[in-house]
Structures are given as C-alpha cells and as structure tokens.
Design a protein around this ligand. Structure first.
Ligand SMILES: [Zn+2]
Length: 318
C-alpha cells in the first residue's frame, strides 16, 4: 500500500517558501513520467529513488505536485537535489506527476506557478532562473510547456510577477525543442520491447509491460555499462546501444526453453507473428523465426542467432 503524504500546501493555499541557507540560482521543473494514480504521491517517488542502484538516501526532488495540485515536500530544501545530473548544485527541483502532456491538470499548473512565484519572491536581490530538466538532459522532461505555464522570458526569468496569466490564456509559444527521439516510458508496448531486449541481454526480469523498479534498474544498469547519461528515457543512443549489444548474444533454437525464449517470442509477436509467448521454442516459434528471416533477407534456418535478434530489435525500436 502507498503511504499518502500530507501536502505541505494544498491546492490554493498560501505558499510561504523559506529559502535555505545554501546558494540557490536555478529552479528545475520535472515530470514523474507516469500518469498512474498509485504513483501520484511523493512517497512513491521516494521509494523509487531510495531503491535505485546505487541507492539514494532520499527522494531526489524537493517538491512533488499531485494531479489535484497539492504540493508535497520531498527532500529538505536545505539539501542539494539529485535531479539533474551534473546540474544539481545551486538548484531547487520540482516534479509534477504526469507523463502525457494533455493529462497534466490546471490545478498542477496553478500550484507550480504559485510555488515558483513564492520562490522568486524569496530572493528579492537576485534573479532566479526557471528551467526545464530537458534543457540540460537528453530526456524530454518535463513534457509540458513549462515556459508558457510559468510565463518565462528568454533567459528563464518569470516575467509576470503576481500577474502571471493562467496557462490556458497564455499565448501558445512554440514549445522548446525536446529531443524528439527520446521516449519517456510508461507502460505497454515500448516497455515489453525494452524488457524483452534486456532479458535477451541477460537481465532477470518479468516481461509484463509494466515499467516497474526492476525494469528501471536494469535499464539504468545497461546505460551505466555503456556510459550513457540518460535516465529512464529510451533515447536514440540507448536504442542503438541495445541493438549493438545483441551481437554478442547466444542463438536460440529448437528445443530451447526459458525466459530468453519468452523474450524472443514476445518480440516476434510484436513484429507481427502469431504465436503464444510460453517460453517453449517449438515448431511454431521455429516457423515464426523463418518467416521473419525471410522478410529480412537473412539466412533462413529458424535459428534466432544474434543477427536475427538484432534485426528484430532494429525493426521494433526503429
Ligand atoms: Zn526530470
């Protein structure tokens, strides 16, 4: 069961941000990359972050804004966040719960504006910059138009003071360019593909299409091994590295059984084959591999060798 955290400020409450004694020059805005209701609490983020590999001692963000617009406190603001690799010192990190741009709520945006105004007002003698995580990362985070929501000028300063227009009536500026090739993973097909590939590469994972902690850790481990700096997004570099890593995998063939066969079957199925994902490399799987090899003009022998597995990955990640 999820622990529900009491918000520090409910939606609409007066926010009184107390500046920490450490130097602060920038506020970074994030999204949680999930729309799931059971992830809509800072305690869940904390759990994810303290169970990371290597573990953190607390949630990385200072504030978490729920879909209802309540502001929950995460890591004490006196401490440096763990939220923007290489850009944590001197910052405050705020995370809004959400993945799909259209599912962020007006209440969340109102609370974000109110919190940022309160932070801005707490530093009368300096200009705080407000930036999106994606400005310093290949991630698409946050996926909403934070510059419009916050009414930022070109240098990332809040322009409207207390008169900041509500987000819906703000002129729609072209969104800042995100790395289009980055996929933030929620659940479903992209996660099935990712899990299957990680299993083929040796990870011990359930292939269930759910972006849980085990999958996130396995992806992170893969990215660390390949010196990729991205966090939970499946960016172009990670996709290429996954495909490349498959050139060392062992062949799968009749009558192999097990989790790797399951992963292969899952990928074949996602590529259009009609078969049951049962972990048993039988005649149907053999035929599906032959069919795929024919389509890809590979050696047709029904043996899923490294080339065949790579071709599958390329087709599904492309
Ligand atoms: Zn982020």
């Amino acid at each position: 069961m999820m622990n529900v955290t009491t918000p520090t400020w409910n939606h609409g409450a007066t926010i009184s941000f107390q500046p920490p004694s450490r130097n602060v020059h920038t506020v970074f805005v994030h999204c949680s990359a999930s729309d799931r209701a059971n992830h809509d609490d800072v305690s869940v983020m904390r759990q994810w972050h303290v169970n990371r590999n290597p573990p953190w001692n607390d949630v990385g963000y200072h504030y978490f804004i729920t879909k209802a617009g309540h502001i929950q406190t995460g890591r004490p603001v006196a401490n440096i966040p763990a939220a923007q690799a290489g850009h944590n010192t001197g910052t405050i990190a705020i995370c809004l719960h959400g993945l799909k741009e259209e599912l962020f709520t007006q209440k969340q945006f109102e609370s974000l504006v109110a919190l940022c105004q309160s932070i801005d007002a707490a530093y009368p003698n300096q200009r705080i910059r407000f930036r999106g995580h994606r400005e310093v990362s290949t991630k698409a985070c946050p996926v909403f138009k934070y510059k419009v929501v916050l009414g930022l000028d070109a240098s990332g300063h809040m322009t409207g003071g207390s008169n900041t227009a509500p987000p819906t009536s703000a002129p729609v500026a072209p969104p800042p360019r995100a790395d289009k090739s980055t996929q933030i993973l929620d659940n479903g097909k992209p996660v099935l593909i990712l899990q299957s590939l990680l299993v083929l590469l040796g990870a011990d994972l359930q292939i269930d299409g759910i972006m849980g902690q085990m999958t996130a850790q396995a992806l992170k481990a893969f990215q660390q091994q390949h010196s990729l700096l991205t966090e939970n997004g499946l960016d172009a570099k990670t996709r290429n590295a996954l495909i490349k890593a498959l050139d060392r995998v062992t062949s799968l063939k009749k009558p192999d059984k097990g989790q790797k066969v399951k992963a292969l079957q899952q990928l074949l199925k996602l590529a259009g084959a009609k078969l049951t994902v049962d972990g048993d490399f039988g005649n149907k799987t053999h035929a599906a591999v032959e069919q795929f090899q024919t389509r890809k003009q590979l050696t047709v022998d029904g043996v899923a060798d490294a080339k065949t597995q790579q071709a599958l990955a390329r087709e599904l990640l492309g």
